[in-house]
Design a protein around this ligand. Structure first.
Ligand code: IPD
Ligand code: CA
Length: 304
C-alpha cells in the first residue's frame, strides 16, 4: 500500500480515502441494483420503437437522482457532476463524477454490458486535464460484480453482496464467494497480439473520423472489441481481459472511475498529453502505451 502525494496534498488521510472508496462501492451497487431490478421487463427494443429513448432516459434519471441523493446525504459539502445534468459545486475540494448508466444502448437492447460509474476526484472536475480520481467504483449489475480502487490501494473486483432475499432465491450463494479479487493488467507488449477495446461517439461526423482512424489501426492489432461501455472497457483493461482500450470523445463520467482502476491494476492511462480526456483516452499495460500512441496519434492526425 503506497502513500500518494496527490491525496496527501489535498489533506486526505488514508482512512478518509478508504471511506470514500467504500462509499463509491455502496453507491455503484445501489444504483446498479436499481437499473437492473427496475428495468421494465416489457422493454424490448421492438416493443418500444417509438419510446425507446424515453425508457432509457427515465432509468438514467432515476439512477442519477438516487446517486445524487445518497451523495448529498453522506457528503453534503462535496460537489457532484453527473451525465444527466446534476452539477453541484461543493466547498470541500472533492467532486463526485457519476455516470448513472454507461452503455445505454446495451441497456436498451438488454445486452448485459452496462455499468454505473462513480468516482470522487480532486481538482476542477469541469475542465479536461484539471482533475484526478482519488477513489472509484464501476458496478456491473448484470454480472453482479463491482470493481473498485482507491489511490495506492490496488484495484479489486468483488461480487455484489447477496441480501437475504437473494440468498433464499439463490441458495448456492455463499458469503465465502464475496471475497475480492485483485486486478492486474495484461503483460502483452506486441501490438500485433493486442486485443483492443474501442468505442464510437454518437455524432455522425465524429464517427466518420473514427472510422478513418480504425482503418489505419485494424490491420496492426490482433482484433478490436466494441463492447459498448467505456467504463467496462477500462475495467477489462484492468483485469487483463482485453489488452488495451482507445477512444476519443469520451467524457469525465465515462472514464473517472475506470482510469483509477486501470492505474491501480498496474496500467497506464493517458490522453494527447498525460491526462486522458475528450481528445483521446488510451489505457493499457506500460509496454503497449507508446506503440498505441504512435498509431492513434501519428503527427498531424486528428483523433476525434
Ligand atoms: C457511451 C459508452 C460507449 C462509448 C461512448 C459513450 P453512454 O456512454 O461508454 O461505449 O463508446 O463514447 O458515450 O452514452 O452509454 O453513457
Ligand atoms: Ca457514459
Amino acid at each position: 500500500m503506497t502513500r500518494d502525494p496527490s491525496t496527501e496534498a489535498h489533506g486526505l488521510s488514508e482512512l478518509m480515502v478508504e471511506a470514500l472508496e467504500r462509499l463509491c462501492i455502496d453507491l455503484a451497487l445501489a444504483a446498479g441494483r436499481l437499473i437492473r431490478d427496475d428495468r421494465p421487463r416489457s422493454v424490448g427494443v421492438a416493443a418500444t420503437k417509438s419510446s425507446d429513448t424515453d425508457v432509457v432516459t427515465v432509468m438514467d434519471q432515476r439512477s442519477e437522482e438516487l446517486l445524487h441523493r445518497l451523495i448529498r446525504y453522506a457528503r453534503p459539502d462535496d460537489g457532484v457532476l453527473g451525465e444527466e445534468g446534476v452539477d453541484v459545486v461543493g466547498t470541500s475540494g472533492l467532486t463526485w463524477i457519476v455516470d448513472p448508466i454507461d452503455g445505454t444502448v446495451n441497456y436498451l437492447y438488454d445486452i448485459p454490458a452496462y455499468a454505473v460509474s462513480v468516482a470522487v476526484v480532486t481538482g476542477d472536475a469541469r475542465t479536461d486535464g484539471a482533475w484526478r480520481p482519488v477513489a472509484g467504483a464501476v458496478g456491473d449489475p448484470s454480472r453482479r460484480v463491482v470493481h473498485h480502487a482507491r489511490r495506492g490501494g490496488g484495484a479489486w473486483s468483488r461480487p455484489e453482496p447477496s441480501d437475504d432475499t437473494d440468498r433464499e432465491t439463490r441458495p448456492g450463494t455463499s458469503p465465502k464467494m464475496e471475497v475480492p479479487r485483485r486486478l492486474t493488467v495484461s503483460s502483452e507488449d506486441r501490438l500485433g497480439r493486442t486485443l483492443l477495446a474501442t468505442g464510437f461517439g454518437y455524432d455522425p461526423e465524429v464517427r466518420a473520423r473514427q472510422a478513418d482512424v480504425l482503418r489505419r489501426v485494424l490491420p496492426q492489432v490482433r482484433d478490436i472489441r466494441r463492447i459498448g461501455s467505456a467504463a467496462l472497457d477500462l475495467v477489462r483493461v484492468a483485469e487483463g481481459t482485453v489488452d488495451a482500450y482507445a477512444e476519443s470523445g469520451i467524457n469525465a463520467w465515462d472514464l473517472a472511475a475506470g482510469w483509477l482502476i486501470v492505474e491501480e491494476a498496474g496500467g497506464v492511462v493517458v490522453g494527447v498529453g498525460s491526462h486522458p480526456g475528450k481528445a483521446l483516452t488510451l489505457a493499457a499495460g506500460p509496454a503497449l502505451i507508446e506503440p498505441l500512441r504512435e498509431i492513434f496519434q501519428p503527427a498531424g492526425h486528428q483523433t476525434h
